[in-house]
Design a protein around this ligand. Structure first.
Ligand code: PLP
Length: 406
């Protein structure tokens, strides 16, 4: 099926504007995606029609808000094919989801000398929470290095897994290199050594279908704002047997069953991990974003974005001054490059003057920059509302920027 991109773009009001006298070309989708009108409308709908705190009310508005929130949980459960809604925990983003696992899993299962393997291409949010545990309980963070194309070697994983390895925390898709890791094989290897796996799906969930039962991952995290939903809402999927075993993450309302000064008992899943008033407006709007994506169709999205990526990669290659960073065989929607002798920030600033939004810098992946010995990259990242003409404009803009700077 061919997507009608012009029609799709009408759903995203922000795209229709001039920046610095030029039509906006938004190529910063790995940082955050734009929101369709239906998601924006959903937020207004909640605040204008049934805003009330959830779960605790007997009145009409509270019941309606609660039902809408729980319906969103069901939408997300079905979207990733979790076995049960109780396996869907709402957090404020992928970062919090991974901190939750680090905190609760760390408390229960990590002791002095335990090892947590993370890859060299992780976002800081899947490195630093584990490093904090190094200070707390002497857990050891073990790096799984990638090669110069940005690919991980499965045989090396086999070698890294040791008796003390308690967890593998790994991204599905690199936000800087675009690498799609062979996550099914990785999980299979880890499981064959009884090592559970946390998958950071922040850059995967919006690009292709994910089935957590098929993957057999133990935990999976993502942020709502990267899949056309609002900011401030995220998801942690966890297999029920793990979530049952883990201690609560934060204390407060909602996560308890009873509280007394003689002791407190905790609520059932998933509420045990959802202390305080949840971001129910964000949750309801995330449900709407996922419905939107389902209507466009993730297979269609994957196919079209792949065409965009291929087109952009070929164009970039023809500019001799540019060097692509991340050339893995399987990549998703992210194109990083450098211009030797020019700072990424300067290129980004020149492109901005032409209305082209790209991201420059380390993209919260400093170990990747250290690997390549570079200060940062210029990163163009694509969504299904981007057009081939926008990539042509990026190409023209880059030629001009290179001429100005070299
Ligand atoms: N993991 C990856 C791969 C990411 O790209 C990002 C955000 O860029 C995150 C985690 C963190 O997401 P958030 O800042 O929404 O919590």
């Amino acid at each position: 099926m061919n997507l009608d991109i012009n029609k799709i773009r009408e759903d995203f009001p922000i795209l229709n504007q001039q920046i610095n006298g030029h039509q906006l070309i938004y190529l910063d989708n790995a940082a955050t995606t734009q929101k369709p009108q239906s998601v924006i409308n959903k937020i207004t709908e909640v605040y204008t029609q049934y805003n009330a705190n959830v779960h605790r009310g007997v009145h009409y508005l509270s019941n309606k808000a609660t039902a809408a929130m729980e319906e969103a949980r069901k939408t997300i459960q079905q979207f990733i094919n979790a076995e049960s809604e109780t396996e869907i925990v709402f957090t404020c983003g992928a970062t919090e989801s991974m901190n939750l696992v680090a905190s609760s899993f760390g408390q229960k299962f990590l002791t002095e000398g335990s090892g947590v393997i993370v890859s060299e291409m992780e976002h800081h949010s899947n490195i630093v929470p584990w490093q904090l545990l190094e200070n707390q309980n002497k857990t050891k963070v073990v790096k799984w290095a990638f090669d110069d194309r940005g690919e991980l070697n499965l045989a090396e994983l086999e070698e890294l897994i040791a008796e003390n390895t308690k967890l593998l925390a790994i991204t599905y898709v690199s936000n800087t290199l675009g690498t799609i890791n062979p996550i099914e094989q990785i999980i299979e290897i880890a499981h064959s050594h009884n090592v559970p796996v946390l998958v950071d799906a922040s850059q995967a969930i919006q690009h292709f279908p994910i089935d957590v039962q098929q993957l057999d991952c133990d935990f999976l995290s993502f942020s709502g704002h990267k899949i056309y939903g609002p900011t401030g809402i995220g998801v942690l999927y966890g297999k029920k047997q793990w979530l049952d075993e883990l201690p609560p993450y934060q204390g407060g309302g909602e996560m308890i069953e009873t509280v007394s000064f003689n002791g407190t008992t905790f609520n059932q899943l998933p509420y045990k991990f959802e202390a305080g008033t949840p971001n129910y407006v964000g949750i309801i709007a995330l449900g709407e974003a996922i419905r939107y994506v389902q209507n466009v169709g993730l297979q269609n999205i994957a196919q079209y974005e792949n065409t965009l990526l291929q087109y952009a990669t070929d164009k970039i290659k023809s500019i001799s001054e540019l060097r692509q960073i991340g050339t893995a065989e399987r990549r998703a929607s992210v194109l990083s490059f450098v211009v030797d002798g020019a700072h990424p920030f300067d290129i980004g600033t020149i492109l901005d003057k032409m209305g082209i939004a790209v991201r420059t810098g380390t993209h919260c992946t400093e170990p990747i920059m250290q690997h390549f010995g570079i200060p940062g990259t210029i990163r163009a990242s694509f969504a299904f509302y981007n057009k081939m003409e926008e990539i042509d404009a990026l190409y023209d803009g880059l030629i001009r920027a290179v001429r100005m700077l070299k």
